[in-house]
Design a protein around this ligand. Structure first.
Ligand SMILES: Nc1nc2c(ncn2[C@@H]2O[C@H](COP(=O)(O)OP(=O)(O)OP(=O)(O)O)[C@@H](O)[C@H]2O)c(=O)[nH]1
Ligand SMILES: [Mg+2]
Length: 301
């Protein structure tokens, strides 16, 4: 692909996608990259770690960095680590996409905006979920208000879910990227390995199938991975922070945990392109969301 544009100088750059929890950052990343790199759910705080999604087209390579939703309400050690991931993602990127919802600015959005140095000229505002607006005219005052808040390089209303205005967004970002040779193979769409993606798919199903509070206390590790050309054999653990949570995750007669496993297996099979046998175990690590050593052991450094 890159050869066809030999007369165009290649551009490559890192683009951080930031925003408060649940605005649609991961949905946007997946829509831009065209692959399911980052898990999503209707619950806030789904994403816990920085995640790279790569889009290579023509002579340009966009290296998007999805980040956890930035928030200061819940104060566990896990949340602190998640906020550190956001701050770290802001350093050394070539462009920043700040995502807000078309409903308008919230206090959490404002707090996050304050983390961005005011002299940055490489910040694009993506106003997401425009499909939920009854009246598109409502965007005009929001655009005016947003331009007053910060010198954004561009303001782009989008719908990540419906894949609307993504081309406009990509063009605005592309204009901010420096010249440079691609860092990833054009076929590669993430820096994460399949084991990590598989663990995340399991966590996603738990997020989606469990009630409102529980998912924040769930982590997933892969204990065994055996794969040959024809099939894969995977064993994973779901970790909960309290003994009393076990029953909820297992569900009546084991139905909940089975359903989580069944849905996750489907996604892992799509990812690997072969049949998967997935075993899930439920384990307790008391208070892991506030335990530095446990966080490290579960992959949240
Ligand atoms: N209607 C509508 N819903 C959207 C859109 N984009 C995302 N969503 C939904 O918003 C919810 C949150 O999406 P995520 O992509 O997980 O949000 P996030 O910002 O990554 O959330 P955290 O990782 O928790 O910070 C999901 O239910 C998405 O389906 C959109 O353009 N329109
Ligand atoms: Mg996310």
């Amino acid at each position: 692909m890159l050869e066809a544009h030999a007369n165009v100088r290649p551009r490559t750059g890192f683009v951080a996608i930031i925003g408060r929890p649940n605005v649609g950052k991961s949905t946007l990343l997946n829509a831009l990259v065209g692959e399911r790199v980052s898990i999503t759910s209707r619950k806030p705080q789904t994403t816990r770690q920085r995640m790279v999604g790569v889009l290579t087209r023509d002579a340009t390579q966009f290296i998007f960095v999805d980040t956890p939703g930035f928030q200061q309400r819940h104060k566990s050690l896990l949340t602190k680590r998640m906020n550190e991931e956001v701050s770290a993602a802001l350093a050394d990127v070539d462009a920043i996409v700040l995502v807000i919802e078309a409903k308008g600015w919230t206090a959490d959005d404002e707090r996050l905006l304050k983390l961005i140095p005011s002299d940055r000229r490489n910040v694009v505002l993506a106003i997401n979920k425009t499909d939920l607006l009854a009246d598109r005219d409502a965007l005009l005052p929001l655009l005016a208000e947003s331009a007053q808040r910060f010198s954004f390089a561009a303001l782009v209303p989008v719908s990540a879910e419906r894949k609307r205005q993504l081309e406009e967004l990509l063009q605005e970002i592309e204009a901010l990227l420096p010249e440079g040779e691609p860092l990833f193979d054009p076929d590669q769409f993430t820096d994460r390995n399949v084991r990590f993606l598989a663990a995340e798919f399991i966590r996603e199903k738990a997020f989606r199938l469990l009630g409102d509070e529980l998912p924040y206390g769930i982590a997933v590790t892969i204990d065994q991975w055996q794969e040959d050309e024809r099939r894969a054999e995977i064993a994973a653990s779901l970790w909960v922070a309290r003994e009393s949570h076990k029953g909820i995750v297992i569900g009546k007669g084991g139905a909940k945990l089975r359903e989580i496993g069944r849905l996750a297996r489907g996604e892992i099979e799509r990812l690997l392109g072969k049949p998967v046998h997935l075993q899930t175990h439920l384990r307790v690590k008391r208070g892991w969301t506030d335990d530095a050593r446990a966080l490290k052991g579960l992959g949240y450094e």
